[in-house]
Design a protein around this ligand. Sequence first.
Ligand code: FPP
Length: 260
Amino acid sequence: MPANRNAPSQNAAATTSAVPAHVAIIMDGNGRWAKQRGLPRLEGHRRGSRTVRAITTAAFELGVRYLTLYAFSAENWKRPQDEVGGLMRLLEFFLKQELKTLHKNKIRLRTIGRTDALPAPVRKQLAATIAATADHARGTLVLALNYGSRDEIADAANAYAAAVAAGREPAGGCTWETFARHLYTADIPDPDLVIRTSGETRVSNFLLMQSAYAEFIFTPVLWPDFTKEDFAAALETYARRERRFGLTSEQIKGKLEVRN
Ligand code: FPP
């Protein structure tokens, strides 16, 4: 069973560093970007996928180790069929195009979400890209695909119950640490920073449990317009924040001891 790497450290100050290890992004505003220009929504997604490329490169250059992108939510299936189909084709194209860059930059690809429900060509391309980049260790790009936090929690509860039945987890001994071993993100640290573009200030069923102690930055910039400078500015804002994990400012600064 993988060791749980999600648990907040007892020494909270030790977990805080200037560059967030894990940044998660709710990429929002593609549709509005297109509408403002009288273009079809899919053109907004196409421009959004260019931003994905730029921000992925920038994030790992700036020292981020994990970048999670909310690329397709469990609720997005309800969008018009041509938009869903277009997004799937865009994803497949992106994966084909990106492989070279992922190799060059030593970035591993991962997914979270119920990817079994994705169209076969996307699943095939995902499997190939994940396998081809599995040994890269400079950073991890996590695509949230057909992802919903509530689905993830339900899936984890079922997996946990099965593990108890098989004697792999203690009956009646569920803690956050043992439960988190069954989340899609079991071997991914919790996000330190969650960014949402486009001025919306919602979490939209994204990493609800994992972002319990994350910092949030909401920017009015629409995703296709979001630049590496905007991303770097978000990291600067993050670096100025004090993460207290329930402690006092004095405890975080080491002026007061932390009681156990
Ligand atoms: C939200 O904008 C965005 C999405 C639902 C999809 C995100 C997809 C991409 C950025 C491009 C494809 C992804 C990859 C990884 C290549 P919205 O359509 O809800 O915008 P709106 O709120 O302005 O309508």
